[in-house]
Design a protein around this ligand. Structure first.
Ligand SMILES: NC(=O)c1ccc[n+]([C@@H]2O[C@H](COP(=O)([O-])OP(=O)(O)OC[C@H]3O[C@@H](n4cnc5c(N)ncnc54)[C@H](OP(=O)(O)O)[C@@H]3O)[C@@H](O)[C@H]2O)c1
Length: 280
């Protein structure tokens, strides 16, 4: 894929965090951006900030899990710009809690957003990219797609699934000139923690014997916080993935994410289990 100028890039989850930073970074590099998220006020304000004339950006408010909203998104992009050069599948959230206690309905809901709806949107975009003979898809995975932790394995399993989908898709789309990349962020300071708190509220309230371990889980986050990256660190990786003539299959950042992935590769499961064990 050539320089970003004039490329049409569709970014899901553009109302905060990594998606917002990605839209901002790519928009400033001259890309034409289609912003998607549920919070209309936020994406409209960002679209206006990036281009007050409204010629180079469009905000489409909708829920990724809604089939009609996904269709509206792709239709709006094509109506406005006539093509889609890149799709950044970023929208997602986390669910916490011990597997025993998380209602299956909440697990389904997390997969619905992070995996099934992402796939469904990708299915709508790929025919357009194939017709163009080029395109790039960047999926925002996580270090949690390689390392599952107690009290987090619902979310972690959605990101594990995304790893497999992304790797398979990369091989399927290569003959058509479409590149597929997975980005694995570590801890990034965004609204992710607050959104996971909201999604997991009922699980935390009914955690029973696991209740004491939530404190340890949160302390783990706090310990890592000094090493956390910014949303723009990941936006920078998205830019790399979109502009490299031969992008890598996977990118990771910031540095602690690379270190965790290296340790996961090097160390036996028993040692990893010890690092991520439940703590009160
Ligand atoms: N922050 C981290 O430490 C971290 C680490 C690894 C991976 N990630 C991944 O990075 C991605 C972005 O997360 P973030 O950290 O930037 O968190 P965030 O600040 O909470 O942003 C999440 C974005 O996803 C959107 N979203 C969620 N559900 C949606 C739905 N059903 N329909 C449409 N949009 C939806 C939200 O917009 P609305 O609420 O307005 O719809 C928001 O724009 C996620 O896939 C996350 O799993 C984050």
């Amino acid at each position: 894929m050539p320089a970003l100028a004039d490329q049409v890039v569709l970014v899901t989850g553009a109302s905060s965090g990594i998606g917002e930073a990605t839209a901002r970074r790519l928009g400033r590099r001259g890309a034409r951006i289609v912003l998607f998220a549920r919070r209309a006020d936020r994406i409209e304000a960002l679209a206006h900030e990036l281009d007050p004339t409204g010629v180079r950006t469009v905000a489409v408010a909708g829920n990724l899990t809604n089939a009609i909203d996904r269709q509206r998104l792709v239709a709006a992009a094509l109506e406005k710009f006539g093509r889609i050069d890149a799709l950044v599948n970023n929208a997602g959230y986390g669910t916490r809690g011990a597997v025993e206690t998380v209602p299956v309905e909440l697990i389904r809901r997390n997969f619905e957003t992070n995996v099934f709806s992402l796939i469904a949107l990708t299915q709508l975009v790929v025919p357009q990219m194939r017709a163009q003979g080029a395109g790039r898809i960047v999926n925002i995975g996580s270090v949690a797609g390689r390392i599952a932790r107690p009290m987090s394995s619902v979310y972690d399993s959605t990101k594990h699934a995304l790893e497999a989908i992304t790797d398979g898709l990369r091989g399927e789309l290569r003959p058509f000139g479409i590149g597929v990349v997975l980005i694995r962020p570590g801890l990034i300071l965004t609204e992710f923690v607050q959104s996971a708190d909201r999604a997991s509220q009922t699980v935390v309230e009914t955690a029973g014997p696991y209740a004491p371990y939530f404190a340890g889980y949160h302390r783990g986050y706090d310990r890592l916080r000094p090493y956390a990256g910014t949303a723009d660190d990941i936006a920078c990786l998205v830019e790399k993935a979109l502009t490299a003539s031969r992008p890598k299959a996977h990118y990771a950042g910031p540095i602690h994410a690379k270190l965790f992935l290296l340790l996961k590769w090097l160390l036996p499961a028993r040692v990893i289990d010890h690092f991520v064990r439940l703590r009160r």
